[in-house]
Ligand binder design. Structure first.
Ligand code: TA6
Length: 297
């Protein structure tokens, strides 16, 4: 799938370029004074964010599929309008396997770059009340992600889940801890969705972990003693945080994920899922915003 004339016209020399990425899929490459990044139109998936001179912040599997209609394994998949499994439909909704339209590219005062994409109309989308979905990604010293869902119907509520399913690079899963979740209730997907309360101030991961924390707006930090950094995941408009690492057995079951990749990633996902599903009244907009930063440990 080649980049088109209009994409080329939107290039900014030295800042924004278009190319055929993996699988010849349209990719936008970004360079700023502080960082590099990239987005694929497939699923509007941010697949790379790296601060100059530092290890990548986002994880991308070397075994990801790269094909229209297939989710990319890594970066920031967009789960919408549902999270998890749905009878007879792809897991995590259709937004992450749809090619989004590029709407606008602007530069920020500090040399950053903002890319706005829109979810096109589709047969899948027509099953819901009329809505628009816009996604604004800003690459700078930080990575800022804003998913804006507007209910454009005249009088119908729009009920949906949203989640930015972010994969983070870590030096060694056995040498990280997560802060910010103590006291939060969670559904434990590796224990029959039983409802528990997080007791750890510094959550360590030493087995398959798949937890949906609900009613929490807290910032989560990933303290990485191997890479000597802490990744800060700040969010707005989100009441759920999902923490996932597939560990050994699940990693071996995923064809688009390497058996030896689980030690170098953790998902800390921000959205509104399960108990926190949204019901958006007509004419209203739901904004889900995540700001990702990295500081020395
Ligand atoms: O967010 C965690 C999770 O729901 C896990 O249960 C696992 O299924 C993961 O998402 C990846 O889902 P995917 O459909 O991308 O394989």
């Amino acid at each position: 799938m080649s980049t088109t004339y209009w994409q080329k016209r939107m290039e900014i020399p030295g800042r924004v370029s278009f190319s055929e990425g993996n699988g010849d899929m349209p990719r936008i490459e970004i360079k700023t004074p502080h960082s590099t990044g990239e987005i694929y139109l497939n699923g509007a998936t941010v697949t790379h964010f790296q601060r100059n001179g530092e290890p990548p912040i986002l994880f991308l599997s070397q075994f990801s599929r790269w094909a229209a209609g297939q989710p990319i394994r890594g970066g920031v998949p967009i789960c919408f309008p549902w999270f998890g499994a749905q009878e007879g439909a792809p897991q995590h909704g259709f937004a992450r396997t749809t090619s989004w339209d590029l709407k606008e590219i602007t530069q920020t005062a500090d040399g950053g770059v903002s890319v706005r994409l829109g979810l096109p109309e589709s047969a899948d989308a027509s099953l819901y009340p009329p809505f628009t979905a816009d996604y604004v990604v800003t690459f700078g010293k930080q990575l800022t992600l804003e998913l804006l869902i507007k209910n454009t119907s005249a009088d119908q509520d729009f009920s949906f889940e949203n989640c930015l399913h972010t994969y983070f690079t870590v030096g060694d899963i056995n040498a990280i801890s997560l802060t910010g979740l103590k006291g939060a209730s969670f559904l434990d997907k590796v224990d029959n969705l039983s409802r528990k309360v997080e007791t750890s101030q510094n959550l360590k991961i030493n087995q398959e972990t798949d937890r949906i924390y609900v009613d929490t707006a807290s910032t989560v930090e990933i303290h990485d003693s191997k890479l000597q950094r802490r990744i800060v995941v700040e969010k707005e408009g989100s009441q759920s945080t999902v923490v996932w690492n597939p560990w050994v057995a699940k990693a071996q079951q995923m064809p688009d994920f390497g058996n030896e990749e689980y030690p170098n990633m953790v998902c800390v996902e921000s959205g509104n899922v399960s108990d926190n599903r949204l019901v958006l009244p007509a004419g209203k907009t739901a904004m889900l915003k995540v700001v990702i930063d990295s500081l020395p440990l």
